[in-house]
Design a protein around this ligand. Structure first.
Ligand code: ATP
Length: 353
Protein backbone atom coordinates (compact mmCIF):
# COMPACT_ATOMS: atom_id res chain seq x y z
CA UNK A 1 0.00 0.00 0.00
CA UNK A 2 1.43 3.42 -0.82
CA UNK A 3 0.96 4.56 2.73
CA UNK A 4 2.71 7.84 2.28
CA UNK A 5 0.22 8.69 -0.44
CA UNK A 6 -2.66 7.89 1.85
CA UNK A 7 -1.24 9.61 4.89
CA UNK A 8 -1.80 13.20 5.69
CA UNK A 9 1.33 15.15 6.31
CA UNK A 10 0.82 16.52 9.79
CA UNK A 11 -1.63 19.36 9.29
CA UNK A 12 -2.23 21.99 11.95
CA UNK A 13 -5.77 22.63 10.67
CA UNK A 14 -8.37 20.40 12.30
CA UNK A 15 -9.80 17.75 9.98
CA UNK A 16 -13.29 18.62 11.21
CA UNK A 17 -14.51 21.65 13.10
CA UNK A 18 -18.03 22.30 14.38
CA UNK A 19 -18.85 25.84 15.43
CA UNK A 20 -22.06 25.98 17.46
CA UNK A 21 -23.74 23.41 15.24
CA UNK A 22 -27.38 22.45 15.80
CA UNK A 23 -29.63 20.14 13.84
CA UNK A 24 -33.26 20.14 14.87
CA UNK A 25 -36.03 17.93 13.52
CA UNK A 26 -39.19 19.82 14.49
CA UNK A 27 -39.15 19.71 18.29
CA UNK A 28 -36.24 17.22 18.51
CA UNK A 29 -32.85 18.81 19.12
CA UNK A 30 -30.86 15.92 17.62
CA UNK A 31 -27.67 18.02 17.78
CA UNK A 32 -27.80 20.96 20.11
CA UNK A 33 -25.15 23.68 19.84
CA UNK A 34 -22.14 21.39 19.45
CA UNK A 35 -18.62 22.80 19.05
CA UNK A 36 -15.70 20.45 18.53
CA UNK A 37 -12.41 19.99 16.73
CA UNK A 38 -11.19 16.68 15.37
CA UNK A 39 -7.47 16.73 14.71
CA UNK A 40 -5.95 15.63 11.46
CA UNK A 41 -4.94 11.95 11.61
CA UNK A 42 -6.73 11.29 14.88
CA UNK A 43 -8.93 8.33 15.84
CA UNK A 44 -11.88 10.21 17.28
CA UNK A 45 -14.92 8.45 18.75
CA UNK A 46 -18.40 9.80 19.32
CA UNK A 47 -19.77 7.82 22.24
CA UNK A 48 -23.24 8.04 23.70
CA UNK A 49 -26.54 6.24 24.22
CA UNK A 50 -29.10 5.64 21.49
CA UNK A 51 -30.64 8.91 20.27
CA UNK A 52 -27.92 11.16 21.68
CA UNK A 53 -27.08 12.67 18.27
CA UNK A 54 -23.93 10.79 17.20
CA UNK A 55 -25.18 9.58 13.82
CA UNK A 56 -26.66 12.98 13.03
CA UNK A 57 -23.20 14.52 13.66
CA UNK A 58 -21.65 11.99 11.28
CA UNK A 59 -24.28 12.75 8.64
CA UNK A 60 -23.60 16.46 9.05
CA UNK A 61 -19.89 15.86 8.39
CA UNK A 62 -20.69 13.69 5.37
CA UNK A 63 -23.14 16.26 4.00
CA UNK A 64 -26.22 14.00 4.17
CA UNK A 65 -27.72 16.53 6.61
CA UNK A 66 -27.51 20.30 6.80
CA UNK A 67 -27.18 22.15 10.12
CA UNK A 68 -30.19 24.15 11.32
CA UNK A 69 -27.58 26.65 12.57
CA UNK A 70 -23.82 26.85 13.03
CA UNK A 71 -20.87 26.18 10.76
CA UNK A 72 -18.90 23.09 9.75
CA UNK A 73 -15.31 23.20 8.46
CA UNK A 74 -13.33 20.39 6.83
CA UNK A 75 -9.57 20.99 6.87
CA UNK A 76 -10.15 24.67 7.44
CA UNK A 77 -12.68 25.28 4.68
CA UNK A 78 -16.32 25.88 5.53
CA UNK A 79 -18.37 23.24 3.72
CA UNK A 80 -21.68 25.11 3.65
CA UNK A 81 -24.06 23.14 1.45
CA UNK A 82 -21.34 21.25 -0.42
CA UNK A 83 -22.89 17.92 -1.53
CA UNK A 84 -21.52 14.65 -0.06
CA UNK A 85 -19.64 13.61 -3.20
CA UNK A 86 -17.65 16.83 -3.18
CA UNK A 87 -16.44 16.33 0.39
CA UNK A 88 -13.20 14.46 0.98
CA UNK A 89 -14.88 11.96 3.30
CA UNK A 90 -16.18 8.39 3.02
CA UNK A 91 -18.59 6.51 5.26
CA UNK A 92 -18.56 2.88 6.42
CA UNK A 93 -22.00 1.77 7.58
CA UNK A 94 -22.94 -0.93 10.06
CA UNK A 95 -24.78 -3.00 7.44
CA UNK A 96 -21.74 -2.86 5.09
CA UNK A 97 -24.02 -2.03 2.09
CA UNK A 98 -22.07 -4.31 -0.28
CA UNK A 99 -23.56 -5.07 -3.70
CA UNK A 100 -24.49 -8.78 -3.55
CA UNK A 101 -24.25 -9.44 -7.31
CA UNK A 102 -20.72 -8.02 -7.61
CA UNK A 103 -17.48 -9.77 -6.66
CA UNK A 104 -15.45 -8.48 -3.75
CA UNK A 105 -12.98 -6.83 -6.16
CA UNK A 106 -15.81 -5.14 -8.05
CA UNK A 107 -17.32 -3.91 -4.80
CA UNK A 108 -14.01 -2.48 -3.62
CA UNK A 109 -13.28 -0.90 -7.02
CA UNK A 110 -16.76 0.52 -7.51
CA UNK A 111 -15.94 4.08 -6.41
CA UNK A 112 -12.86 4.13 -8.66
CA UNK A 113 -14.89 2.89 -11.62
CA UNK A 114 -17.44 5.67 -11.12
CA UNK A 115 -14.61 8.17 -11.09
CA UNK A 116 -13.27 6.56 -14.29
CA UNK A 117 -9.90 5.58 -12.83
CA UNK A 118 -8.20 3.48 -15.59
CA UNK A 119 -8.43 -0.32 -15.27
CA UNK A 120 -4.78 -1.09 -14.49
CA UNK A 121 -4.56 1.52 -11.72
CA UNK A 122 -7.94 0.42 -10.41
CA UNK A 123 -6.80 -3.21 -10.12
CA UNK A 124 -3.63 -2.20 -8.36
CA UNK A 125 -5.45 -0.02 -5.86
CA UNK A 126 -8.09 -2.69 -5.22
CA UNK A 127 -5.35 -5.26 -4.54
CA UNK A 128 -3.56 -2.85 -2.21
CA UNK A 129 -6.77 -2.15 -0.30
CA UNK A 130 -7.51 -5.89 0.02
CA UNK A 131 -4.00 -6.46 1.33
CA UNK A 132 -4.46 -3.66 3.84
CA UNK A 133 -7.50 -5.40 5.32
CA UNK A 134 -5.68 -8.75 5.12
CA UNK A 135 -7.96 -10.38 2.55
CA UNK A 136 -5.71 -10.44 -0.52
CA UNK A 137 -7.08 -13.72 -1.93
CA UNK A 138 -10.77 -12.88 -1.76
CA UNK A 139 -11.21 -10.62 -4.80
CA UNK A 140 -13.22 -13.09 -6.88
CA UNK A 141 -15.65 -14.15 -4.17
CA UNK A 142 -19.16 -12.80 -3.78
CA UNK A 143 -20.13 -11.07 -0.51
CA UNK A 144 -22.43 -14.03 0.35
CA UNK A 145 -19.35 -16.29 0.46
CA UNK A 146 -17.77 -14.26 3.25
CA UNK A 147 -18.16 -14.23 7.02
CA UNK A 148 -19.50 -11.15 8.82
CA UNK A 149 -16.01 -10.06 9.84
CA UNK A 150 -14.72 -10.46 6.29
CA UNK A 151 -17.62 -8.44 4.89
CA UNK A 152 -16.83 -5.72 7.39
CA UNK A 153 -13.23 -5.62 6.16
CA UNK A 154 -14.38 -5.44 2.54
CA UNK A 155 -16.61 -2.48 3.40
CA UNK A 156 -13.56 -0.86 4.96
CA UNK A 157 -11.40 -1.62 1.91
CA UNK A 158 -14.08 -0.13 -0.33
CA UNK A 159 -13.94 3.12 1.64
CA UNK A 160 -10.13 3.22 1.96
CA UNK A 161 -9.52 2.62 -1.74
CA UNK A 162 -10.85 6.12 -2.43
CA UNK A 163 -8.18 7.58 -0.16
CA UNK A 164 -10.48 9.96 1.68
CA UNK A 165 -8.92 12.36 4.16
CA UNK A 166 -11.62 11.57 6.69
CA UNK A 167 -13.31 8.20 7.18
CA UNK A 168 -16.64 8.14 9.00
CA UNK A 169 -17.59 4.86 10.66
CA UNK A 170 -21.11 4.40 11.99
CA UNK A 171 -21.14 1.51 14.47
CA UNK A 172 -19.22 -0.60 11.94
CA UNK A 173 -18.63 -3.49 14.36
CA UNK A 174 -22.17 -3.57 15.76
CA UNK A 175 -23.23 -6.70 13.86
CA UNK A 176 -20.25 -8.82 14.91
CA UNK A 177 -20.11 -11.18 17.87
CA UNK A 178 -18.11 -10.08 20.89
CA UNK A 179 -14.89 -11.97 20.18
CA UNK A 180 -14.72 -10.90 16.56
CA UNK A 181 -15.61 -7.35 17.54
CA UNK A 182 -12.70 -7.24 19.97
CA UNK A 183 -10.32 -8.56 17.29
CA UNK A 184 -11.59 -6.03 14.77
CA UNK A 185 -11.19 -3.19 17.28
CA UNK A 186 -7.45 -3.86 17.48
CA UNK A 187 -7.17 -4.35 13.74
CA UNK A 188 -9.11 -1.22 12.86
CA UNK A 189 -6.89 0.83 15.12
CA UNK A 190 -3.78 -0.66 13.46
CA UNK A 191 -5.10 0.09 9.98
CA UNK A 192 -5.88 3.66 11.01
CA UNK A 193 -2.35 4.12 12.31
CA UNK A 194 -0.87 2.70 9.11
CA UNK A 195 -2.90 4.86 6.70
CA UNK A 196 -2.91 7.99 8.88
CA UNK A 197 -6.44 8.95 7.81
CA UNK A 198 -8.67 10.74 10.33
CA UNK A 199 -11.23 8.22 11.62
CA UNK A 200 -14.49 9.45 13.16
CA UNK A 201 -16.05 6.45 14.84
CA UNK A 202 -19.59 6.31 16.22
CA UNK A 203 -20.36 3.80 18.97
CA UNK A 204 -22.55 3.32 22.02
CA UNK A 205 -20.06 0.81 23.44
CA UNK A 206 -17.80 2.47 25.98
CA UNK A 207 -15.26 -0.35 25.98
CA UNK A 208 -14.92 -0.06 22.22
CA UNK A 209 -14.36 3.70 22.47
CA UNK A 210 -11.79 3.27 25.26
CA UNK A 211 -9.91 0.58 23.32
CA UNK A 212 -9.51 2.38 20.04
CA UNK A 213 -9.68 6.13 20.39
CA UNK A 214 -7.11 8.87 20.63
CA UNK A 215 -9.94 11.05 21.97
CA UNK A 216 -13.59 10.51 22.79
CA UNK A 217 -16.55 12.89 22.75
CA UNK A 218 -19.28 11.73 25.14
CA UNK A 219 -22.74 12.67 23.86
CA UNK A 220 -25.91 13.06 25.88
CA UNK A 221 -29.20 14.40 24.49
CA UNK A 222 -27.64 16.17 21.50
CA UNK A 223 -24.84 17.78 23.48
CA UNK A 224 -21.24 16.89 24.25
CA UNK A 225 -20.66 16.38 27.97
CA UNK A 226 -16.90 15.88 27.73
CA UNK A 227 -14.10 15.49 25.19
CA UNK A 228 -10.86 13.85 26.25
CA UNK A 229 -8.47 10.95 25.91
CA UNK A 230 -9.78 7.56 27.11
CA UNK A 231 -7.92 7.91 30.40
CA UNK A 232 -9.12 11.49 30.97
CA UNK A 233 -12.72 10.51 30.35
CA UNK A 234 -12.48 7.38 32.49
CA UNK A 235 -10.37 8.71 35.34
CA UNK A 236 -11.65 12.26 35.40
CA UNK A 237 -15.29 12.22 34.31
CA UNK A 238 -16.53 15.80 34.17
CA UNK A 239 -20.18 15.06 34.88
CA UNK A 240 -22.38 12.48 36.58
CA UNK A 241 -23.55 11.34 33.16
CA UNK A 242 -20.00 10.64 31.93
CA UNK A 243 -19.09 8.89 35.19
CA UNK A 244 -22.10 6.60 34.78
CA UNK A 245 -21.89 6.00 31.04
CA UNK A 246 -18.17 5.33 30.66
CA UNK A 247 -17.56 2.29 32.82
CA UNK A 248 -19.44 1.82 36.06
CA UNK A 249 -19.25 4.41 38.74
CA UNK A 250 -20.62 5.00 42.20
CA UNK A 251 -22.18 8.40 42.63
CA UNK A 252 -21.87 9.51 46.21
CA UNK A 253 -24.44 12.19 46.84
CA UNK A 254 -24.87 14.89 49.44
CA UNK A 255 -25.52 13.18 52.82
CA UNK A 256 -22.89 10.48 52.56
CA UNK A 257 -20.53 12.84 50.75
CA UNK A 258 -20.94 15.26 53.64
CA UNK A 259 -20.07 12.56 56.13
CA UNK A 260 -17.08 11.28 54.21
CA UNK A 261 -15.59 14.48 52.92
CA UNK A 262 -17.12 17.29 54.95
CA UNK A 263 -18.63 18.72 51.78
CA UNK A 264 -22.02 17.94 50.28
CA UNK A 265 -20.67 18.00 46.71
CA UNK A 266 -21.50 14.86 44.73
CA UNK A 267 -18.51 12.80 43.68
CA UNK A 268 -17.89 9.54 41.87
CA UNK A 269 -15.68 6.64 42.81
CA UNK A 270 -14.94 3.65 40.56
CA UNK A 271 -15.90 0.19 41.90
CA UNK A 272 -12.39 -1.18 41.33
CA UNK A 273 -10.90 1.50 43.59
CA UNK A 274 -12.88 0.41 46.65
CA UNK A 275 -11.42 -2.17 49.02
CA UNK A 276 -13.54 -4.39 51.23
CA UNK A 277 -12.08 -5.07 54.68
CA UNK A 278 -13.28 -6.31 58.08
CA UNK A 279 -15.42 -3.76 59.96
CA UNK A 280 -13.41 -1.73 62.46
CA UNK A 281 -10.16 -1.93 60.48
CA UNK A 282 -8.21 1.28 61.18
CA UNK A 283 -8.13 3.67 58.25
CA UNK A 284 -5.07 5.61 57.14
CA UNK A 285 -5.01 9.33 56.57
CA UNK A 286 -6.38 10.27 53.19
CA UNK A 287 -8.69 7.27 53.01
CA UNK A 288 -12.48 7.29 53.11
CA UNK A 289 -14.31 4.61 55.05
CA UNK A 290 -17.93 3.54 55.35
CA UNK A 291 -19.53 0.39 56.75
CA UNK A 292 -22.21 -1.62 55.05
CA UNK A 293 -23.74 -5.03 54.36
CA UNK A 294 -23.18 -7.08 51.20
CA UNK A 295 -26.62 -7.21 49.63
CA UNK A 296 -25.84 -8.92 46.37
CA UNK A 297 -22.97 -10.88 44.86
CA UNK A 298 -22.53 -11.31 41.12
CA UNK A 299 -19.86 -13.86 40.24
CA UNK A 300 -18.36 -13.00 36.84
CA UNK A 301 -15.56 -15.57 36.54
CA UNK A 302 -12.53 -13.30 36.40
CA UNK A 303 -13.95 -10.96 39.02
CA UNK A 304 -16.93 -10.52 41.32
CA UNK A 305 -19.26 -7.56 41.67
CA UNK A 306 -20.55 -6.84 45.16
CA UNK A 307 -23.46 -4.50 45.86
CA UNK A 308 -23.04 -3.15 49.36
CA UNK A 309 -25.84 -1.37 51.23
CA UNK A 310 -24.44 1.53 53.21
CA UNK A 311 -26.06 4.16 55.43
CA UNK A 312 -29.00 6.20 54.27
CA UNK A 313 -30.39 3.48 51.98
CA UNK A 314 -27.51 3.99 49.54
CA UNK A 315 -25.64 1.27 47.71
CA UNK A 316 -22.07 1.15 46.49
CA UNK A 317 -20.75 -1.27 43.89
CA UNK A 318 -17.39 -2.87 44.51
CA UNK A 319 -15.46 -4.99 42.01
CA UNK A 320 -12.82 -7.45 43.13
CA UNK A 321 -10.64 -9.74 41.09
CA UNK A 322 -11.03 -13.37 42.13
CA UNK A 323 -7.39 -13.81 43.04
CA UNK A 324 -7.76 -16.32 45.87
CA UNK A 325 -11.50 -16.80 46.19
CA UNK A 326 -13.54 -19.62 44.68
CA UNK A 327 -17.07 -19.07 43.43
CA UNK A 328 -18.33 -20.71 46.67
CA UNK A 329 -16.36 -18.21 48.78
CA UNK A 330 -17.75 -15.20 47.00
CA UNK A 331 -21.34 -16.40 46.87
CA UNK A 332 -21.26 -17.05 50.62
CA UNK A 333 -20.38 -13.43 51.22
CA UNK A 334 -23.98 -12.27 50.87
CA UNK A 335 -25.29 -10.68 54.08
CA UNK A 336 -21.79 -10.16 55.48
CA UNK A 337 -20.96 -6.92 57.29
CA UNK A 338 -17.97 -5.13 55.70
CA UNK A 339 -16.06 -1.90 55.73
CA UNK A 340 -15.41 -0.14 52.44
CA UNK A 341 -12.35 2.05 52.10
CA UNK A 342 -10.73 3.93 49.27
CA UNK A 343 -8.09 6.55 48.71
CA UNK A 344 -9.73 9.95 48.65
CA UNK A 345 -7.35 10.82 45.80
CA UNK A 346 -9.60 8.66 43.60
CA UNK A 347 -12.75 10.69 44.39
CA UNK A 348 -13.89 12.68 41.37
CA UNK A 349 -15.86 15.81 42.09
CA UNK A 350 -18.56 16.26 39.48
CA UNK A 351 -19.80 19.41 37.77
CA UNK A 352 -23.45 18.42 38.06
CA UNK A 353 -25.03 16.95 41.20
P1 ATP B 1 -28.27 5.52 17.68
O1 ATP B 1 -27.08 5.04 18.44
O2 ATP B 1 -29.56 4.87 18.09
O3 ATP B 1 -28.07 5.52 16.19
P2 ATP B 1 -27.66 8.35 17.79
O4 ATP B 1 -26.95 8.82 18.99
O5 ATP B 1 -26.84 8.13 16.57
O6 ATP B 1 -28.50 7.06 18.12
P3 ATP B 1 -29.26 10.07 16.16
O7 ATP B 1 -29.57 9.00 15.14
O8 ATP B 1 -28.32 11.12 15.74
O9 ATP B 1 -28.79 9.45 17.52
O10 ATP B 1 -30.67 10.73 16.58
C1 ATP B 1 -30.76 11.80 17.50
C2 ATP B 1 -32.22 12.18 17.66
O11 ATP B 1 -32.69 12.77 16.45
C3 ATP B 1 -33.14 11.01 17.93
O12 ATP B 1 -34.13 11.44 18.85
C4 ATP B 1 -33.74 10.70 16.59
O13 ATP B 1 -35.02 10.13 16.73
C5 ATP B 1 -33.82 12.07 15.96
N1 ATP B 1 -33.70 12.02 14.49
C6 ATP B 1 -32.62 11.63 13.78
N2 ATP B 1 -32.85 11.73 12.46
C7 ATP B 1 -34.11 12.18 12.32
C8 ATP B 1 -34.95 12.50 11.18
N3 ATP B 1 -34.51 12.36 9.93
N4 ATP B 1 -36.20 12.95 11.43
C9 ATP B 1 -36.65 13.11 12.69
N5 ATP B 1 -35.92 12.84 13.80
C10 ATP B 1 -34.67 12.38 13.64
Amino acid sequence: MPQNEMSNISNPLPAVRFENVSRHFDQVRAVDNVSLEIRDGEFFSMLGPSGSGKTTCLRLIAGFEQPTSGKIFLHGAEVGELPPYERDVNTVFQDYALFPHMTVAENVGYGLMIRQVPGAERNERVNQALELVRLPQMGQRKPSQLSGGQRQRIALARALVNRPRVLLLDEPLGALDLKLRQEMQIELKEIQKRVGITFVFVTHDQEEALTMSDRIAVFNAGRIEQIGTPSQVYEHPATAFVAGFVGTSNLVRSDIAQKLTGSAQTFSIRPEKIRMVEPGTPVQNGWASVEGTIREVVYLGMFTRYIVAVEGGRELTVVRQNLDETSMDVLNAEGKRVQLTWQRAFDRMLETP
